[in-house]
Design a protein around this ligand. Sequence first.
Ligand SMILES: [Mn+2]
Length: 197
Amino acid sequence: MTRTATIERKTSETDISIRLVLDSNEPSIINSGVSFFDHMLNSMSRHGQFHLNITCKGDVHIDDHHSVEDIGICLGKTFKEALGDKAGIKRFGNSIIPMDEALTMVAIDISGRSFFKYSGTELKGSVKTYSEELTLEFLRAFSDNAGINLHVVQKYGDNRHHIHESIFKALGVALKSACSIDPSIKGVVPSTKGTIE
Ligand SMILES: [Mn+2]
């Protein structure tokens, strides 16, 4: 069974369409309107082994904020929908991913409860025209809308491109693990409550 979801969301600030296919190595097609963010989402989906087709027409003439945040909202919703009742999934996932001198750790629990915690390197600068704090906006919006408990620890790094790319890769790898179907779980919902909403 293909685990997939499509979300369309239009506001006065952004017009977004996202298709997500889990368990797929098909290359993603990403046009967020923010080139550095396209590169990050491509990295995340490649290493998370899911396919994304994202189109966003946003008010980037103001700045990139609405586009990045709203893509986080929509991507969170697609994951929530694609995972359905979450029967048989591993639920927990973690990763420690280097990119040259940068190292990021991510731990997630697809618990149905949203919680986002970031610690480590302060993200207050910019990479070319991309404001680093947008990465935090994206992660928070994604966690909130996916119902995922997400912890990101950016341990260290010098190059800002590497720092962000290690974050997105680490999230992809942790998601792949947490979303994967574990045959030993035998199709039950992995919760003592019997349900994850
Ligand atoms: Mn790169």
